[in-house]
Design a protein around this ligand. Structure first.
Ligand code: ADP
Ligand code: MG
Length: 342
């Protein structure tokens, strides 16, 4: 499905989001640099994963892209139409093309409404006005996501976590979107249920040609299901590559640390692989490290890394934000279990 010539379903250009820090000890005009110039695009039917430690801006990205929040700068284009500054009225007819699924389906499904009305609402917005017709179509959709028509008159609290996430998926599908932003869609589910929901998402993608932005901290899952992977660190993309390229090798020291800590399905690969332990927390996004944001934790840092911000640039068929990527033998495989500077 991933064809280079197809016009992108979603295009994000230079997205910036800053939050003012309110009051308190650290307030007073300071800002959280949650997103700092994120650019990427998504073609129809592909899965682009976004990975990175907690706090690096993944959810902020998701909320800004679907316009649940206003980006500070940058733009979001949906099927070529710039939706960044559209008001609510102009946005409404375009909004259905892009849906979002959250980690916690408890929080995203209003407990006072039945499944029939939760899913049916999205259809009413699409102009399917007859109540009976909507009910018939909701039943059909429930079938599509693996729930029977007996769920129509149930309420979210009567459902298991997995069933609720299926309802959330049905509600997203009711809008017939081309893009679904999935923010950690299975992280809150039992491990035994996760694979079922992932398989459902893959099946729906095949059937309807939906493109996913798939946010996850589960790197082995991401390696398994995505076409491309964007690695984020402190509000910036540090590496963006085809999944096959990531499987072979990552070029940013942060990607190297992140992926070396993840279990790999192939046990031979694990034996060959050296682990790099990321020490310390992600630095605060209120005063992020200047120049290269990763330099404070990078085992390979040089003087330039604290002086000059690296651009996200093409290296070996991918994009990498590191001064040294592309130099022979960089990043070196650590000689032994190496600890990153905390
Ligand atoms: P992730 O989803 O990768 O864990 P988030 O996007 O949730 O990261 O958060 C990125 C940064 O922005 C964090 O430092 C977080 O504390 C901050 N942040 C997120 N939402 C807000 C908000 N509404 N106000 C202030 N800071 C926020
Ligand atoms: Mg998040």
């Amino acid at each position: 499905m991933t064809t280079g010539t197809a016009s992108p379903a979603l295009e994000v250009r230079g997205l910036v989001k800053r939050y003012p820090v309110k009051g308190g000890l650290f307030g007073g005009g300071r800002v959280v640099h949650a997103l700092d110039g994120v650019t990427l695009s998504l073609v129809h039917g592909e899965t682009l994963a976004i990975v990175g430690e907690s706090g690096c801006g993944k959810s902020t990205f998701a909320r800004c892209v679907v316009r649940l929040e206003e980006p500070t700068a940058g733009s979001v284009l949906l099927n070529g139409a710039d939706i960044t500054r559209l008001g609510a009225r102009a946005l409404r007819p375009l909004r259905r093309h892009m849906q979002i699924i959250f980690q916690d389906p408890y929080a995203s499904l209003n407990p006072r409404y039945s499944i029939a009305s939760l899913v049916g609402d999205a259809m009413r917005l699409r102009g399917i006005s007859g109540r009976k017709e909507r009910r018939r179509r909701v039943a059909e959709l429930l079938e599509t996501v693996g729930l029977g028509a007996e769920f129509l008159d149930r309420y979210p609290h009567e459902l298991s976590g997995g069933q609720r996430q299926r309802v959330a998926i049905a509600r997203a599908l009711a809008a017939e979107p081309e893009v679904i932003v999935c923010d950690e869609p299975v992280s809150a589910l039992d491990v035994s249920i996760q694979a079922q929901v992932i398989n459902l998402l893959k099946r729906l993608q095949k059937r309807f040609g939906i493109a996913y932005v798939f946010i996850s901290h589960d790197l082995s899952l991401v390696r398994h299901i995505s076409d491309r992977i964007a690695v984020m660190y402190l509000g910036q993309i540090v590496e963006l590559a085809d999944t096959s390229a990531v499987r072979a090798r990552v070029l940013h020291p942060y990607s190297q640390a992140l992926f070396s800590a993840a279990p790999v399905a192939d046990p031979g690969a694990t034996a060959r692989k050296k682990r790099i332990i990321l020490v310390g927390e992600v630095p605060s996004p209120i005063d992020p490290p200047r120049a290269c944001r990763f330099h404070t934790r990078c085992p390979y840092r040089q003087d330039i890394c604290a002086e000059k911000a690296p651009e996200l640039r093409p290296v070996e068929g991918r994009l990498v934000r590191c001064h040294f990527a592309g130099e022979p033998g960089f990043p070196p495989m650590p000689a032994q279990e190496a600890a990153m500077h905390g």
